[in-house]
Structures are given as C-alpha cells and as structure tokens.
Design a protein around this ligand. Sequence first.
Ligand code: ADP
Length: 497
Amino acid sequence: MDKKYIMAMDQGTTSCRAILFDQQGNICSMAQKEFPQYYPQPGWVEHDPMEIWSSQLSVSTEAMSKIRVSPEDIAAIGITNQRETTVVWERETGDPVYPAIVWQCRRTADIVRGLQETGFDKVIWERTGLVPDAYFSGTKIKWILDRVEGARARAERGELLFGTVDTWLIWNLTKGQVHVTDYTNASRTMLFDIHKMQWDKEILERLEIPMQMLPQVMPSSKIYGYTEVFGPPIPVSGAAGDQQAALFGQCCLQPGDVKNTYGTGCFLLMHTGDQPVQSRNGLLTTVCIDEKGGPAYALEGSVFVAGAAVQWLRDEMGLIGKASESEECCRAVEDTNGAYLVPAFTGMGAPYWEQDARGILVGLTRGVNKDHMVRAAVESLAYQVYDLIRTMEKEAKIELRGLKVDGGASANDFLMQFQADLLGACVIRPRCIETTALGAAYLAGLAVGYWKDIKEIRRNWAVGSSFEPKMGVREREERLHGWERAVKTAMYWAAER
Ligand code: ADP
C-alpha cells in the first residue's frame, strides 16, 4: 500500500485527539485539545456537539501538519469515542437541537426509576445486556424529545437524527451523507437487541423514540463513506466505542482474553466470543469485535474509584505531590502494616452493589505511616480488579490466562506486580499503551486493506513489560482475607445507616 498512515480520531470525554499510525502500529504524530464541559445543574453534564466536531477537526489537521503529511498520505480514518453521550440534530441543517447529554449526566434517573417500577428493566436487561441506568443513551434521547418543543413530532416526520459521538462525527465528516453507527456503540444505547443485532421496537415504543431517527448499524470495520473535509477523499472505515476499541487494540480477540484499563476508574472487558454471557452480579453484557471486525460479545465491569484514589492521596490528603510518586512510597515499605483502604467514595459496584457504602480505612496501629497509607490506596486498585475478574471468571466459566493492561496508572510497576501476585496470573503491558486509538486505527486499516488481515496486526503487538506472579499462596490468601474483611466492614457501615 502506497499510502503511509492511518488516522485515529480519539474523541474522549474531556479531550479530542488525533493520532497518525504507520503500518507497524507506531505513533508518528499526535495532537490533542481539551474542550469545555458544561454543568448547568448539579448532576447534569453537557458538551457542545459543535465544539466536539470543531476540536476533532482541528486536532486532525494539526496531527497532519506536525509531520507535514498531506491527506493523500492517509489511507483511512478510524473513530473511537466516549460512549453513550447523546446528540440529536436536524437532518436538513446539521444543527443540534440540544447540547450533547454526556454519559455521566444523571438527569434521567427518574425515567429509569419509572422503568424499574413497572418491571420493564428486566425486559431491557434481557435484550440489551445492560442494567438500566441513566448512563446509557436511551433515556437521554427520550428526555430531549420530551423537553424540546416539537421535537418528537419532528423526529416522527424524519426531520431529526440521533447519534452517539461516532455517528455525529461520521455524519459531519461526510457532510450529512452517512448516518451510521457500529455494533459496539449501538450496544450502549439501551435500545439495541444484542441477540438479534437490531434496534428493539418494544423498547423504542416504551421510550417513545421513533425508529426513523436512529442510525443504521454496521460492523466496526467497514467503509462507511468518504470524507473530503481535508481535501481529496479519505475513506472513513472504522468505528468503535472506546473500551471496545481498546480491547481490539490489545488484540483481545478470543474468548477469555481480558484487558483492564487503569484510569480514573477501571474498565475491565472479557471477550466471550459468540456467546453472550448474561451476568447475575450486575456485570454488563456488551458487543465487542471479533477477528474479522464483526460483532462478538464481552462481559464488562468497572471500578468506580481507581486512579481517583491516587488523586485523592495527592489532592485531598496531600500525601504525594504527583501520582507517579505513589510508586516510591509503595516500595519504601514491606507491606501496608496491616492497613486496608476501601475507596468506596461513591458506593461499591460489581460484585457488591451497595450504593450507600462509603470509603473506609481499617487495621490501623500506631506504626502505620504515610507510606503504608499510600500503599494501601494503590493496592486497593488491584484488590478491586481482582474481585471483578474472579466474578467474570465464574460467570463466563472461563479461567483467566493473563491480563493485558493499559491506562495511566498501568505505568506503576509496583501496582502491576501486585496485581499479578493477587491474580496468580501474568500481567502484560504492551509497548504501545495508546490501545484505544490503535484499535480504531486497526479497524479502519483492515477495511481498506492497509493491513491485510488480523495476522499482520498480531505481528505488531509487542510486550512492553510483563509481570509474573511471585507471591506465595499463603501470603496471597492472607492478604485477600484481610481485604474481604475490610470490604465487609464498609458494607456493614452502609447497612447500619
Ligand atoms: P483517564 O483517562 O481516566 O483520565 P488516565 O488513563 O489518564 O485516566 O490515568 C490517570 C489516572 O491514573 C489518574 O487517576 C492518576 O491518579 C492515575 N495515575 C497516573 N500515574 C500513576 C502512577 N504512576 N501510579 C498510580 N496512579 C497513577
């Protein structure tokens, strides 16, 4: 192939990035720009769809000009995006009828309660694999149609379109010619039957959302259309939600492959192949991507407070100056001296599900010092991930072979070693930890023959560091037992409220 690069557009919650990758999967250029967040009321979060589009466009141009690449050198564009965030716009003009309602926004919690009261949450869970929550797009679309004057009637007449951010970007890139989404993004709307792989009429009716406004659902690796916004036409040929793109970028393509992203929170996904696993412990069933770019299934779980616990040490406790200093503190002591921190600042998620739980520090003695505290906080990331993985293994009936990692806190070697020790399995950090953007690039490149097949992509994947378990069984069990007791104490505290 004579074209040199694939461009990944990585549209995140707080910033837009564009990265140019070469055929070996190396990063050749990158540009990034933050865009404004709007909080019009407590618990509400909005973005301006026009700001998302213009920032994405400007970083894309910047990434090209940084290394003097012309659009002719770009073989294809792949998109990965913040999931669930909802945009509704006019088909005719392209103008949004309302700001984008961001995934974090809690404004539709009452609509969700209404669904629960009538038992419809079970129907949604069975068909979409999701535990109904304000987080997903479905109730956000309903809210816009309920609140914006005349919107529902206009949507019924086919005048308004809905999209998650992938759809919004593709629509703008193709100047309004292409209205599509991919299976992974569709699976986060709470409107998509993941067994039949189609929009669910009954859920749409229940939420009073006209089918006409929904995008066509396509594979994650496919030429959706061509963009001429940079000049000569470039194929837009890949799209996936951020977590699924990262799973693909980590080459987790087989049942049992697992990746965890250690960011502010953790996002853990386990590929389960062509079998959707319906969780009894509040994990989500979601669509991911198979070796050919087609749909497959994954189990998804998240840790609410992960890197955020390290931020807390830094910003509220003042125990460290920056996040990376936490590693030195952890290494300055042998262990936590018996202390455990359960950072349930916003309640406990899977597998505990106790929203009234709060953080707790237990096992203190006179000898516990600052380093022990920091270490307890860092270890808490690994314990929480351990709990999620053991739950996933049980539900999917698949034993963990190894854990692939990425995200900011995966830079902490102490944490990675401790994680391997707890799991009794190898933790592998790839050379390129920009797995989300890389996944989008791979999807786009596969569709246009920039990469011939998945074998070529696998060849690019290289281990950066790998961490083998070293801890003895007895020590591991003792520590896990301590963690279990600490979690029980946090739960007890919530129950006695
Ligand atoms: P996000 O994408 O969620 O903003 P990042 O992947 O950029 O997050 O990771 C940033 C998070 O990782 C922060 O919460 C920070 O506290 C934590 N972090 C970054 N470096 C380290 C480190 N060396 N050790 C522990 N935590 C870290």
